[in-house]
Design a protein around this ligand. Sequence first.
Ligand SMILES: *Cc1c(COP(=O)(O)O)cnc(C)c1O
Length: 338
Amino acid sequence: MLIDLRSDTVTKPTPEMKEAMFSAPVGDDVFGEDPTINQLEKMAAEMFGKEAAIFAPSGTMTNQIAIKIHTSAPGEVICDELSHIYKYEGGGIGFNSGLSVRLLKGDRGRLTANQIEENINPDDVHLPPTQLISLENTCNKGAGSIYELNDMQAIAQVAKKHNLPLHLDGARIFNAIIEKDYSANDIGQLFDTISVCLSKGLGCPVGSVLVGDEKNIKKARRIRKILGGGMRQAGILAAAGIYALENNISRLKDDHNRAKAIGEALKNASFVKDIMPIETNIVVFYVQDNTTPEAILEKLKEKNILAVKFGPQMIRMVTHLDFDDKQLDHLCKTIKNM
Ligand SMILES: *Cc1c(COP(=O)(O)O)cnc(C)c1O
């Protein structure tokens, strides 16, 4: 039994999801003729109360498209220093959009309205014009931390006041929604564009969607084509997305419960120095000074458990669709015996 907690991207499509993919009607999506992609885009847009959506191969692409459509160099994007758009998209903000980045230090990846407002540049020739605010919910590097609705509302007000577009990297937005008392529609009211990953906790093999208004999504189609993301009979992939949105959202709660159980096991482990608060499906912990993440990862690997180093002295484990209670039990016993 291999227990792979390196990421929630490691999930494999279930037989039911494969069946949905197998029977999906398809067409050439660059001509707008793939009925299954059209259905997924409509479905995603409606969930968030938006006019339109676009399907893309990855969350990196939907984020990078969003940054591109909202800005025009020279300019600056405001985001947290832990943001995926900054840390893990290969320098795409500079490469694709030619922008500088105003990196702010938030609370486990979460910014406040005041903090953002203080960092909007005044109209001064020395300064890059602030052109975009981008948030991440849940924040991966913040150990799956969640924004409260009122904090996002306050930020949306600041964005509106300064006439700035607001983007959400909602790679794991449904993990936030399942824990909090807000809906996809509530989120849709606040952001101009939202990127949602289907290939993380929702269990699809491929794909992300970007939702927004007609005008922005029309621009997004142009950018997606330039980036090489115009796919043809990709309805077989979109079918997995439809299946996931219909079947795999509420079960995210199980992933969260299992993550909390891992946290309990780690609390008593001698090799653990500290654990970041566990809010969703991401567990991040610090190992003791007398050991290293590499040494702990090696010991886990001997027991068929995979996790990743997540910074100096840090290890990350992510729970997902292919991690069940039996595996959880084995993991907790292993941790206890280490
Ligand atoms: C995974 C992820 C993305 C997109 O990643 P892809 O691997 O390109 O699909 C974007 N933002 C966050 C926070 C993520 O965790």
